[in-house]
Design a protein around this ligand. Structure first.
Ligand code: NAD
Length: 390
């Protein structure tokens, strides 16, 4: 069985999710290439060492460049803050490695296109971590659309709301700085909606966007970097406030190339919403609705289903909705968030083995960035803006 050495950069929320997925993928998917946990890097050497021990990586380092150049590493996972993606991914590509990069791919559409160009020239496989494309219910929705079972798409609407920054006492961190994160709710959350919109409906030709920052400054963490803010409330120093440089709220009207209309909205300060990614897609022959907080279900309406009883039908996912059956043979028993990363990694390993094209690759990541950037420009210009090609 072929093996590939994994180099993981970053050991935070996504670093742990990537490590878990690399550890779980072989018994669940029997991939054509098996991951070998080779090297983990984090700026914080203690965090790198903890992750090494926790997941069984062979070695740990505080220097990501050592990792990228290591001859035993064939695939580099980039799970660092957004601003570092470009430099790390470009170095990995230059060293001839395949790259699995968290979203958003880069801070600007031009940088994302540059990454896609470099990867294509080097002939390496790339994948961007738009994991919400991976749920069996969304794969089923895509098949329904492809088979024309909803007719011609007429309207797509989606929101992605969370409350991870709703409390004004959530401390300042890299996520709210332009230099390290770029945009806020737009790149962090609305980009996932764009990935789903393009996956289910197709290209977006123009947007009319609106951004807003409701909480304009946040206290500095009393200790540490504040990166723990998702998991627990960290002590803050209210005598030391720092400005929030990117948006809490992002929304846009969308015009799809196929003629469908659309809307997206995202908030990172929406109290009560935890993984509130809700979408609805209407076509001339039916409709579907989906919410990530109940992602093992799809709501489906086809007029022929409902001679007398009106309303959407709940489809519980199961082995009929691949790759659900890889995890359990039992319908309705449900997958979890980390399983989406296992599916994502299985897809990447199949692509590295040449079995399937990787999707969403860096070119698709750049196309998503182009939509997000058009939303920002449209907000500045107060009008509709055409989306540039990636
Ligand atoms: P985090 O703050 O929890 O973790 C970031 C990690 O990167 C930390 O361990 C930090 O020490 C490390 N790091 C920072 N600078 C480094 C350097 N120079 N060298 C090595 N390591 C370095 O952040 P997170 O929530 O895991 O987010 C990381 C990325 O994942 C972001 O791009 C974010 O947008 C993305 N993300 C994706 C999803 C998803 O659903 N796909 C969810 C959350 C975050």
């Amino acid at each position: 069985m072929a093996e590939i050495g994994i180099g993981l950069i970053g050991t935070g929320f996504m670093g742990q999710a990537h490590a878990l997925a690399f550890g779980a993928v072989a018994p669940i998917f029997e991939p054509p290439v098996r991951p070998r946990l080779e090297l983990v890097a984090d700026l914080d050497p203690a965090a790198a060492e903890r992750t090494r021990q926790r997941h069984g990586f062979a070695r740990a380092t505080a220097d990501w460049r050592t990792l990228v150049e290591d001859p035993r590493v064939g695939l580099v996972s980039v799970t660092s803050p957004n601003a570092l993606h470009k430099e790390m991914a470009l170095a990995a590509i230059a060293a001839g490695k395949h790259v699995y990069c968290e979203k958003p791919l880069a801070l600007t559409a031009a940088d994302a296109s540059q990454l896609a160009d470099a990867a294509e020239a080097a002939g390496v496989c790339t994948l961007v971590g738009y994991n919400y494309l991976r749920s069996p219910a969304i794969a089923y929705a895509r098949r329904l659309v492809e088979r024309g079972e909803l007719g011609r798409p007429t309207c797509f609407r989606a929101i992605f709301d969370e409350d991870y920054m709703a409390d004004p006492d959530i401390p300042h961190s890299w996520r709210v700085t332009r230099a390290q994160a770029g945009s806020g709710a737009l790149g962090d959350m609305a980009s996932h909606v764009v990935s789903l919109a393009r996956f289910l409906v197709g290209g977006i030709s123009a947007v009319a966007g609106q951004l807003g920052t409701a909480i304009r400054e946040r206290p500095m963490p009393a200790t540490g970097s504040g990166r723990e803010e998702r998991a627990q409330k960290v002590a803050v120093d209210r005598s030391h406030m720092a400005p929030v440089e990117n948006e809490d709220l992002a929304q846009a009207l969308l015009r799809f190339s196929c003629g469908a209309a659309g809307y997206l909205g995202s908030s990172r300060i929406a109290w009560g919403r935890k993984n509130g990614l809700d979408l609805e897609l209407y076509g001339t022959g039916g409709a579907l609705r989906f919410t990530q907080e109940r992602f093992n279900e799809l709501q489906l309406f086809r007029p022929s289903d409902h001679l007398d009883d009106n309303g959407f039908r709940t489809v519980l996912t199961g082995p009929a909705h691949p790759p659900f059956g890889r995890f359990t043979p039992a319908v309705g028993h449900g997958l979890g968030f980390n399983d989406l990363k296992v599916i994502e990694v299985a897809h990447l390993l199949a692509a590295i083995a040449g079995e399937t094209p990787a999707f969403p690759d860096f070119r698709e990541g750049a196309a998503i960035e182009a939509v997000c950037e058009a939303i920002e420009r449209s907000h500045e210009q107060q009008g509709w803006v055409a989306v540039a090609p990636a």
